[in-house]
Design a protein around this ligand. Structure first.
Ligand SMILES: [Zn+2]
Length: 207
């Protein structure tokens, strides 16, 4: 198996969190809609059917996950471009865990794999892991994998049973999160597991 554990290469730094540009609360899509508008991502009607079953999630208003705007836009654009081809997108969120009053996660960038995905197959295949792994090797700064993202083409943002299995298997640190983007309905929701239960959590955008 490709390494994914042990990516934490560094000590937790004491640093104040970035200045927030926008806090995106659960159930609030307004920021995502604004970004689609600003990035000129025109409404598309591609919708895929899916076998993903929605798992009940709750909300938790813990504000400790920061995403750089550039990385956020990259996830939206990737999801959108793949949706136009009738495919799902997937990638890793790369960043850091820091402490300032409380522990928080910062996402600087995302890396993507060029998968031959369809709505039924955007999963972590061995090839995808290897490609992502090679890209991780190219990163020059110290980083941690803050989580992963993938898209749901037209069937809304949620965590499915399969997504939760992936989360438990590869992203089981307390700071890990999963971003699920639906480029058709313009949703981008962030999820995290707390004691095996899935919660939608806010994320904070910074520039
Ligand atoms: Zn999914």
């Amino acid at each position: 198996m490709v390494r994914i554990e042990g990516e934490s290469k560094k000590e937790i730094a004491y640093l104040p969190p970035p200045n927030e540009m926008r806090i995106c609360m659960p159930y609030d899509n307004s920021f995502v809609e604004e970004r689609f508008e600003l990035l000129s991502l025109k409404k598309i009607n591609e919708s895929l059917s899916s076998d993903e079953r929605k798992i009940k999630s709750f909300t938790k208003n813990e504000e400790n996950f920061y995403i750089r705007l550039k990385a956020f836009d990259k996830m939206l654009i990737h999801s959108y471009e793949m949706a136009k081809k009738g495919k799902e997108a997937m990638g890793f969120m790369i960043g850091d865990v820091r402490r300032w009053e409380k522990e928080y996660t910062v996402v600087y960038d995302v890396i993507t794999a060029s998968l031959e995905t369809t709505s039924f197959s955007v999963r972590f295949t061995r090839e995808a892991f290897e490609e992502l792994s090679d890209k991780l090797d190219d990163i020059e700064y110290e980083y941690i994998i803050a989580g992963w993202y993938h898209s749901h083409v037209g069937y809304s943002s949620f965590m499915s049973d399969v997504d939760i299995s992936t989360q438990k298997l590869y992203f089981n640190k307390p700071f890990h999160a999963a971003m699920v983007i639906d480029p058709i309905n313009m949703e981008a929701k962030l999820f995290r597991l707390y004691n095996e239960t899935c919660f939608e959590i806010p994320y904070i955008i910074f520039e």
